[in-house]
Design a protein around this ligand. Structure first.
Ligand code: GLA
Length: 387
């Protein structure tokens, strides 16, 4: 068994007497389609081999006892007395609050959790934490919510106590991942199709700038507001109801005088990114990884210059990748302002390419980046049932 899973179970046994069930909830990557999950776009995420483990069991009381292995901190509360707290607790309590609002009841439980998704890395540790707890609670109390319902519940939860008005991508991808497949998620209908990511010659590599981002800092919600403000204006155009209906930037240009510069730039980016994602889906099906990679570089340009969610460190990592002939595509991944770039690198040269990008980065910023060779895995699941 994986080291973290063993540590979580050992900690559980030292604190509680019941026999826990063990669940795994992965982080996610996103190949393309950034900041358009809350703008009626399509996105292309996948669950990965980094995640959060939950050891958990009902305790037949009204007490809920958490222990976070990563923060080495315990927290206890009681059923139906959830309120906003600080830090990691909010992600859990907000999920429980959502369960409380359903016509289904949960009881007390004991829970130890821990994982290996670096916080603020853009791999969505928050969605993995929320989705893992939601999935586990759904199982131990036999509440019968399906994965889509759980993803929507987690999205509402993240909007509430953590106050990040996120889209559906992260929790949906974490809950619905499938080994070897990317998820083409229609964020309007909240439906998906899988398609295989089987490029034997290429490796997905994440390079962590180690610059921390916090979506809770408010910049994320500002981008979302800009898009809503812009769409309200663009809806004057006949036949436009969502960003998906805007097929070309010319329509955004038509209303330029009615939009502030920030709002105009956000809208332009969103329209271009929705187009790119549609092209990207076709290219993946044709196995055209080179053309796909070019779109990733374009996405980065848009995120940096128009959407303005990049930073010097991510721009540098992407520029280094672009200059390397063995990297077919790279860009910042996730909310932005720090965290990882996602890179598609030829397998024969992957070690050298990642090392040379990392070395240049260290020289420039005096920060040693972390490099992760990512595998695409199944979504949230129960690993063992020790009951
Ligand atoms: C964060 C959010 C997602 C999505 C991405 C950007 O990860 O949680 O909903 O908007 O940023 O694509």
């Amino acid at each position: 068994m994986n080291q973290i899973a063993t540590a979580v179970l050992t900690e559980y046994t030292s604190r509680f007497t019941s026999k826990p069930r063990l669940f795994y909830s992965p982080g996610r990557i996103n190949l393309i389609g950034e900041h358009i999950d809350y703008n009626s776009g399509y996105v292309m995420p996948a669950a990965i081999n980094k995640g959060i483990y939950y050891a958990i069991a009902a305790n037949n009381t009204n007490n809920i006892n958490f222990y976070s292995l990563d923060f080495t901190e315990a927290y206890s509360t009681t059923v139906n007395s959830f309120e906003k707290k600080e830090g990691w607790k909010n992600y859990l309590l907000s999920v429980l609050k959502e369960f409380e609002m359903l016509p289904k009841s949960i009881g007390g439980f004991d829970c130890v959790f821990g994982g290996d998704i670096p916080v603020g890395s853009g791999m969505s540790s928050s969605a993995a934490v929320e989705g893992g707890l939601a999935f586990a609670v759904n199982n131990i109390f036999n509440l019968q919510l399906n994965r889509k319902e759980l993803a929507l519940l987690c999205q509402r939860a993240e909007h509430n106590y953590p106050n990040v008005k996120c889209g559906i991508m992260d929790m949906y991808a974490s809950l619905n991942g499938k080994q070897g497949n990317v998820i083409l998620l229609d964020c309007d209908k909240v439906t998906h199709e899988y398609f295989p990511f089987d490029f034997a010659d290429y490796q997905i590599v994440l390079i962590n700038s180690k610059v921390q981002h916090s979506l809770a800092s408010g910049e994320y919600n500002i981008r979302r507001n800009n898009c809503e403000t812009g769409l309200a204006v663009l809806k004057q155009e006949p036949g436009i109801f969502t960003f998906r209906d805007i097929k070309s930037v010319e329509i955004v240009d038509r209303y330029k005088n009615e939009l502030s510069a920030d709002v105009y730039n956000c809208c332009k980016y969103v329209v271009e990114e929705i187009n790119r994602t549609q092209q990207a889906g076709a290219l993946l099906k044709q196995q055209n990884i080179e053309a796909f990679g070019k779109l990733m570089f374009e996405t980065h340009e848009g995120l940096s210059r128009l959407y303005k969610v990049s930073c010097a460190e991510l721009d540098f990592l992407t520029a280094q990748a672009k200059a390397n002939p063995n990297v077919v595509g790279a860009r910042l991944m996730g909310g932005g302002f720090g965290g990882c770039t996602i890179n598609i690198i030829h397998k024969n040269f992957v070690g050298d390419a990642a090392a040379s990008i990392g070395k240049a980065y260290q020289q420039q910023f005096n920060i040693a980046p972390e490099v992760y060779f990512v595998e695409i895995c199944d979504g949230t699941n129960e690993l063992i049932n020790t009951v």
